[in-house]
Structure formats: C-alpha cells, structure tokens
Ligand binder design. Structure first.
Ligand SMILES: CC(C)(COP(=O)(O)OP(=O)(O)OC[C@H]1O[C@@H](n2cnc3c(N)ncnc32)[C@H](O)[C@@H]1OP(=O)(O)O)[C@@H](O)C(=O)NCCC(=O)NCCS
Length: 214
C-alpha cells in the first residue's frame, strides 16, 4: 500500500472500537527491556472522556475506508524555572497497523497533527516514546533544553519538538495533565486484566486473555 492512498482525518466517536483494536495490534509489535505487557489499548479506554484529550489533534489514517493509523494528543505544561508556564501538548498512543508499518504513515500522522498544534498556538510537543524513532521526525532529547519530568528524570525516551522557535529555551519541568490515566494504564493490574479479558472476548474470541499465572 502506498501512502498516496492514505487519507488523514480527525477521529470521530464511531472510530473508537477500530482504534482500540488497532492500538492493541500495533503495540504487540513493540518490545523493549522491562516491558510488562501490552496495555496501550487500556490507556485508550481510560482516556475516553478525559478532559485533557485535545480532540482537534486526534487523527486517524484511513486506507480504503479502513483505519490503519491513529494518533491521540493530551495537554501538557512546562513550568519554567521562573514559574511561568508554557502550554504544550503530548501525543501517544501513536499506532500503525503492523502490515502497514514502515511505509510513512506514522510520519504523516505526526507531521499533520503537529502542524495543526502549531496553528492552535501550542509552544511545543513533548513525548515519552521510542527513543530511536522520533529523532527521525525532528525530535531531540528533552534534556538538551534542560527539561525534566516531575521526578527529575530526563531519559532518552523523553523528547521535545519546538513549535515556536526558542519556546523551550531555559528548560523547566514537564507535567502531563493526563498523568493519572497514564499511570493507571501501567499500574492498575486489576483494572487492566478486567478490561483486557472483556476486550479479548469481544474482539478476539477464543484467544487467551488472562493474567499470567503466578
Ligand atoms: C512506531 C510507529 C508508529 C511508526 O510508524 P510507521 O508508519 O511504521 O513509521 P514510518 O514509516 O513513518 O517511519 C518513519 C521513519 O522511522 C523509522 N522507524 C519506523 N519505526 C521505527 C522504530 N520502531 N524504531 C526506529 N525507527 C523506526 C522508519 O524506518 C523511517 O525511517 P527513514 O525515514 O529513515 O526511512 C509504528 O511502527 C507502530 O505503530 N509501532 C508499534 C507501536 C509503537 O511503537 N508506537 C509508538 C510508541 S511511542
């Protein structure tokens, strides 16, 4: 499939179930040391109706009427050393259907949505993501700007893209406004397994979906 056949459009409420499945299938392909499980579809579920989601920046990529990619944004904020605040945004999950990966769809979704974020007046995009991928789209390590997360860390996965030149100059601390949902997706084991088992029964009947035996 060529990217010339891809349509990028805003996410609509009816897309929810397709996005859940897409997110699950895409993130099955992601692995890194210490990864506990595939829980990004649970995050999509938790972010439904979250006031910090920025719907104008949530897009799907469609090919022949089928959703093959998705990007979701939430608001974030940088508090500078002088206590002034910058309005920023954060994307993720970002998903491309496994059979459509490495064909430029992820790049299209990121570029398109970041242009819209710039038009909307956000200062920068700050993400916690795959360290090798985003530098190809122009992101740099956030520590280059003197930025840290709330716990003081600034790992390779913490990356920044200025939408207004010089906006991040001077550094500061990044706050994810949807932090509660992000944390819950990773840490709420009971909630995750209850959601995931129902998800598997609904969309992948007959496939295993239970918690690991202890
Ligand atoms: C990561 C993901 C969104 C990228 O989308 P994609 O459509 O496959 O990527 P693109 O084709 O737009 O790739 C753009 C560039 O990044 C590279 N790239 C793609 N995936 C990469 C990865 N996981 N690691 C490193 N580089 C990657 C491509 O080779 C390409 O590089 P090039 O311009 O030098 O050729 C997609 O592969 C995916 O859904 N993966 C599973 C879920 C995931 O990891 N999401 C992001 C978590 S933060």
């Amino acid at each position: 499939m060529g990217v010339e056949n891809i349509i990028i459009r805003n996410e609509m409420p009816d897309d929810y179930e397709a996005i859940l499945r897409l997110t699950y299938e895409a993130f099955l392909t992601l692995d890194y040391p210490g990864r506990r499980r595939t829980d990004e579809h649970y995050l999509i579920h938790l972010l439904q109706n979250c006031p910090h989601v920025t719907p104008e920046l949530c897009y799907v990529a469609e090919a022949e009427g089928k959703i093959v990619g998705h990007i979701l944004y939430t608001r974030s904020a940088v508090v500078r050393l002088d206590k002034t605040e910058l309005e920023t945004v954060t994307f993720g999950p970002l998903s491309v259907l496994p059979k459509c990966q490495r064909q430029g769809i992820g790049r299209m979704l990121v570029r398109h949505s970041m242009e819209k974020a710039r038009e909307m007046g956000f200062a920068a995009v700050l993400i916690d993501g795959v360290p090798d991928y985003y530098p190809k789209l122009g992101f740099v390590r956030a520590r280059k700007y003197g930025l840290t997360l709330r716990d003081g860390s600034s790992d390779d996965s913490f990356m920044a893209y200025e939408l207004k030149a010089g906006a991040l100059h001077g550094g500061g601390t990044l706050y994810f406004l949807a932090e509660t949902e992000f944390e819950r997706a990773e840490r709420d084991d009971d909630g995750f397994w209850a959601f995931h088992q129902a998800f598997m029964r609904a969309y992948y009947p007959g496939q295993a979906g239970g918690p690991p035996a202890v």
